[in-house]
Design a protein around this ligand. Structure first.
Ligand SMILES: Cc1ncc(C[n+]2csc(CCOP(=O)(O)OP(=O)(O)O)c2C)c(N)n1
Ligand SMILES: [Mg+2]
Length: 321
């Protein structure tokens, strides 16, 4: 199915919102307004947006420690995200979760996850719920190349196949788990090949190309929504920065860093729609200005917002069933 002009604008808005948001997170972290660690999604925008583009609020995603981009792609509001990341009242999780624990049930966002390999089992559970309830909704687990080696992930893949649940495993292979290259840590030739060995269809796609990710995700969704069980996508991405904001990246040479930056999903999207005369560059520039203004306002408001009050210290700590 052809993407309409409105679809293309929606995709660019989401991708550029991630870009501008994460650049602001980098700056805020340097200013000391963000406690803990921040792992940004710069360079991987097309993967999250391509995967989430045709999902609804009733489809679920499980995310990772690098989860801001997944949240934005799934429709979380950046105002509540800045408040959350800065630990302020009014944040999506009341300012108590922070960068690595943003969950937004209204948007089908099961949560960023500090446990590497934590999302696949959660998402299998969410997918099993859909199967038992007889809906046509799906669950997606985002994981990295590092998480692909975790026992939790491998068990979840097997379980998804035997239970035949509507589930999509998305492995964002950015070439590194912390400071270790996936060339070293992943024994299989590709993560898609490994997934196929579990008994599900799998594709490897260029994760910097929104159109490639979106097309592959349509195949995955058609498969999962029609009751044929799980599917895997491996999106090959470039991580622009280090593992966390401030990582000096001594393990990557200047050429490699330049190459990563050159494989920019934002400029590739612009080139593609420009060459095909699908949108004017002026329209994309307008989107960028509006997004930057929104990001500036949201970050400034979060900086001024109060911390959660002491009276709420013990609320929302445990779920009551
Ligand atoms: C169970 C567990 N082991 C180790 C860690 C420490 N850790 C945090 S991120 C990370 C690397 C993850 O790499 P990858 O899955 O490729 O994701 P990326 O950072 O590249 O997005 C590790 C080992 C953790 N958070 N949880
Ligand atoms: Mg990685």
């Amino acid at each position: 199915m052809q993407l309409s002009r409105d679809d293309l604008k929606r995709a660019y808005t989401a991708m550029f919102t991630i870009r501008a948001f994460e650049e602001r997170v980098e700056k805020e972290f340097a200013d000391g307004t963000i406690p803990g660690f921040a792992h940004v999604y710069l360079g991987q925008e097309a993967s999250g947006v391509g995967v989430c583009f045709d999902l609804t609020d009733d489809d679920w995603i499980g995310s990772t420690h690098r989860g801001h981009g997944h949240c934005i792609a799934k429709g979380c509001e950046i105002e509540g995200m800045f408040l959350e990341i800065m630990g302020r009242e009014g944040g999506i999780c009341g300012g108590k979760g922070g960068s690595m624990h943003i969950a937004d049930m209204d948007k089908g966002m099961l949560g960023a996850n500090a446990i590497v390999g934590g999302s696949p089992p959660l998402a299998v559970g969410a997918a099993l719920t859909q199967k038992l309830r007889g809906t046509d909704r799906v669950a997606v687990a985002f994981s990295g190349d590092g998480a692909s080696n975790q026992g939790t992930t491998l068990e979840a893949m097997n379980m998804a196949v035997i239970l035949k649940v509507p589930m999509i495993f998305v492995f964002e292979n950015n070439g590194y788990g912390e400071f270790t290259a996936s060339d070293y840590s992943v024994g299989a030739a590709s993560l898609a090949d490994r997934a196929a060995a579990f008994g599900m269809p799998a594709q490897t796609v260029d994760g910097a190309d929104f159109f490639a990710v979106h097309a592959a995700m349509r195949d995955a969704l058609e498969h999962a929504r029609s009751g044929r069980g799980p599917y895997t996508l491996e999106t090959r991405c470039s991580r622009f920065l280090g593992h966390f904001v401030g990582d000096p990246q001594k393990y990557r040479g200047p050429e490699e860093l330049a190459e990563a930056r050159a494989n920019d999903p934002i400029s590739r999207f612009r080139d593609r729609v420009g060459e095909a005369a699908l949108l004017d560059m002026a329209e994309l520039d307008e989107i960028e200005s509006a997004v930057r203004a929104r990001v500036d306002a949201a970050a400034a408001a979060a900086r001024e917002a109060p911390m959660p009050s002491l009276a709420t210290l013990e609320t929302d700590v445990y779920v009551k069933y």
